[in-house]
Design a protein around this ligand. Sequence first.
Ligand SMILES: [Zn+2]
Ligand SMILES: [Zn+2]
Ligand SMILES: [Zn+2]
Length: 258
Amino acid sequence: MKITILGSGTSGGVPLIGCDCKVCVSDNPKNKRTRVSVLVEIEGKKLLIDTSPDLRQQALANKFSTVDAILYTHAHADHAHGIDETRAFNVNSRKPLDCYGDAETLSELGRKFDYAFKPPVPRLGWFRPALVANIVEPGKKFQAAGIEVMPFLQDHGVAGMTLGFRIGNFAYSTDLNSIPQESLAILRGLDTWVVDCLQYKPHPTHAHVELVINWARMLSPRQAILTHMSHNIEYETIKASLPPGMTPGYDGMVLEVR
Ligand SMILES: [Zn+2]
Ligand SMILES: [Zn+2]
Ligand SMILES: [Zn+2]
């Protein structure tokens, strides 16, 4: 299984519009972060987690032209508002695209982007996205494009709940600041864990550096990769300061999962 970090940045991206802090003006490409998303490639299938507002640039930069399914963590703008770009996947694969999320997320997406969930009209071609909504429940395995996925509940603080996903020995946990007991069991025995780490200070909806270090110590994946980082985090500085087995992600990073 191969994981590509398509985007590693928080909701405003890095650089932030109008900011001249040292991270935002840094020349290091690893300090340039589009909004969070990952591509999972397994058994010849591609699963996309979230449709970042930067999805178009991410697909071009990482050279993929179709995906086989989309998994939604939640409906926040930084995770969902690239939904219109999925039309390109319909065009290239000539079929509707299955997406998976919990009932609340799919109903919010359906309300905001109703046109994307309407059935295709063959005589008009792929003039809008053609997504098929599939509701999943935390703690109940499902198949996406024939790949087994375990969704689990995460606490996004005052923003509500999100879904994390475990696929084989890989798990993706973004937008959380605490982990419910029942989800901890699902996160044990991982090889690779991509996890939310917004900044150094505690935050009402996101994980911070010390918290993620404690989680990684408790769950002991072979490698923990930080994502959803703000301009508060400088790539080389944090890389040098993390314990063994932990490293900051960056856009375009490729991970082999054992
Ligand atoms: Zn900045
Ligand atoms: Zn969120
Ligand atoms: Zn987010």
